[in-house]
Design a protein around this ligand. Sequence first.
Ligand code: HEC
Length: 150
Amino acid sequence: MAGRFRQVILAAALACATGACDEKLGEVAGPTPDLEPTLSAIQRDIFNTTDSSGRAACIQCHSDNGRIAAANLVLLEGRSHASLVGRASGFKPGAVLVVPNSPDESYMIHKLEGRSDIVGQRMPRTGGPFLTDGQISIIRRWIELGARND
Ligand code: HEC
C-alpha cells in the first residue's frame, strides 16, 4: 500500500516534468536535484557520475576506454542511446534494454529495480547504493516520452 501511494505521488510530480513544476521534480530527483527525463540529464547525473548517496557511476564499468566494457555495454556520452534503445540484452534472451514508450518492457529498468526476472545482478553492480525510486521514476518517464536522444 505504501509503495503504491508513493508511486502516485511520483506520477503526479512527473506529470509536470516537462512544464512548470520544477520544484516538485527536484524533490523526486533526491540526490540528483537537477535530474530530468532527458537523456542528457540522465547521462550527466546517472551514467557519468556518482551522487551524494555514494551510488556508483555506470561508466565506472560500462566504458571501453582502455578496456572491455562490462557486458559489452558502453554508456559513454554520445554512445549510450545507440547502446540501449532497441538493443537486445546479451544475457537474457528476448529482453530489450530500452523499449521506447514502454518502461515496463525495458530490461534496463528491471536491472535498476532489481526485479526477480533479471539475469545477473541489480545495477549498479556494487551491491548498492542503488538508484532511488524517484531517480528510477525519472528514467521511466524518459522512456515513456519516447526514449529520445535528447
Ligand atoms: C561495478 C561495475 C558496474 C557498475 C557500476 C554498473 N554495471 Fe551494469 N553491468 C555490470 C556487469 C559486470 C554486467 C553483466 C553481469 C550482470 O548483469 O550482473 C552488467 C549488466 C548491465 C545491464 C544488462 C546488459 C545486458 O545485456 O543484459 C544493464 C542494462 C546495465 N548493466 C546497466 C547499468 C547501469 C544503468 C548502471 C548505472 C546505474 C550500471 N549498469 C552500473 C557492471 C556494472
